[in-house]
Design a protein around this ligand. Structure first.
Ligand SMILES: *Cc1c(COP(=O)(O)O)cnc(C)c1O
Length: 367
């Protein structure tokens, strides 16, 4: 890091007007979608999520909002702020949602306009059942809104197959790109919903305004002063993803999750998300032993030069996250995570088998 020449960031060339549309099309290809538009939000993904909630909310709208992390809770709050009636379906802290809980909520309602959920969580390692949620939304002709910020590039997402109406995309997680520009994929049905109400423009939260100022004008330069550094970085991140192949990027995340889970089990501890198919491929969480705050373990690992992460949300302090997102979805990062976690447990007199953990990680990566 210290050798990085900060002057390289100065005076970037303008991002060419005719590159935005191809850039959006490349994002569409990540979802293998032929329907739906992609628009850019010139901000971090949380703002894109707020823009989506604000653009679809209105008095009388009935939303079933799945909450498996603070992101979902914020989304529900933004919908409610816009006048929507929000039925929150909360998972057990830090765990994925059970489709049956969402189905029970939907069944109690005479009418559902929106079903919203995070796909994969980087904050706790939960993976929500996208297919089941999609089917529930479809069964009620509700808009299906997905926070795919973390999952894009980490899990297969098929916008068309799952009949997704709105997906929010960030480049800073599995795609290993910049955090300062985001994208939103929007179906024709979602545009019709948004357009059915007078726009609240001018506003940075208005998807209708993005559509009018960019899509409807032939997708050339974005209005305002687009952040050239961020767009060049997104372009370069997509180059790297395409060179590897998105299927391979997804497979690399799956393998990192598999190896992390096998490593933890061989160490003698159970992953926080018990079922493999309900675990996200971005991070693997593990419970801190009774009586030990997660931050103590994280601080010990930092002394080894390994960055373990705390949980985000209600489970902060109770879990440690082994991060294998983006470039960290690799043998060396997984091995360092698992062995460092074993080492810090051992230091606190927890009996672990670090040798077996190393072998288990190796076995998953064995060529
Ligand atoms: C990371 C993430 C976001 C965006 O958060 P940032 O603060 O912009 O990084 C939104 N949703 C989910 C599920 C995420 O993992």
């Amino acid at each position: 890091m210290s050798r990085f020449d900060l002057r390289l960031l100065l005076d970037p060339p303008r991002y060419p007007a005719d590159r935005y549309a191809p850039l959006a099309d490349r994002i569409k290809r990540l979802f293998a979608t032929t329907r739906g538009d992609v628009v850019f939000v010139q901000a971090e993904a949380t703002l894109a999520l707020e823009a989506v909630a604000t653009s679809i909310a209105r008095p009388g709208l009935v939303a079933v909002n799945v909450v498996t992390s603070p992101y979902g809770a914020w989304f529900g709050a933004w919908l409610a702020r816009g006048g929507a009636t929000v039925h929150q379906v909360n998972a057990a802290p830090g765990q994925p949602i059970e489709a049956a809980a969402v189905s029970a909520c939907v069944d109690r309602l005479a009418h559902v306009d929106v079903v919203a959920a995070v796909h994969a969580e980087s904050s706790n390692g939960a993976l929500n059942p996208l297919g089941a949620l999609a089917a529930l939304a479809r069964s009620r002709q509700a808009l299906f809104v997905v926070d795919a910020v973390a999952s894009v590039g980490g899990h297969p997402i098929d916008f068309d197959e799952h009949d997704i109406d709105i997906a929010v995309i960030g480049a800073q997680k599995a795609l290993a790109g910049p955090a300062g520009v985001s994208a939103v994929a929007v179906s024709a049905r979602a545009w019709a919903h948004i357009d059915a109400r007078p726009d609240f423009a001018p506003s940075s939260l208005s998807l209708a305004e993005l559509k009018r100022n960019w899509l409807d004008r032939g997708r050339l330069a974005l209005p305002g002063t687009p952040p050239a550094l961020e767009f060049w970085a997104l372009d370069a991140a997509l180059d790297r993803v395409e060179a590897e192949g998105v299927a391979q990027v997804i497979a690399r995340h799956r393998q990192a999750a598999q190896a992390s889970r096998a490593g933890l089990r061989a160490l003698g501890v159970e992953p926080w998300i018990a079922a493999d198919e309900a675990a996200s491929a971005l991070v693997t969480s593990v419970r801190a032993p009774e009586g030990i705050h997660a931050n103590v373990l994280i601080a010990d690992a930092a002394k080894l030069g390994v960055e373990l992460l705390p949980g985000f949300g209600e489970i902060e302090g109770r879990i440690v996250r082994l991060d294998h997102t983006g470039l960290r979805a690799s043998f060396d990062a997984v091995l360092a995570n698992v062995t460092a976690f074993g080492a810090v447990l051992e230091r606190r007199a927890v009996k672990v088998d670090i040798g077996a953990a190393v072998r288990a990680v190796r076995d998953v990566y064995a060529v």
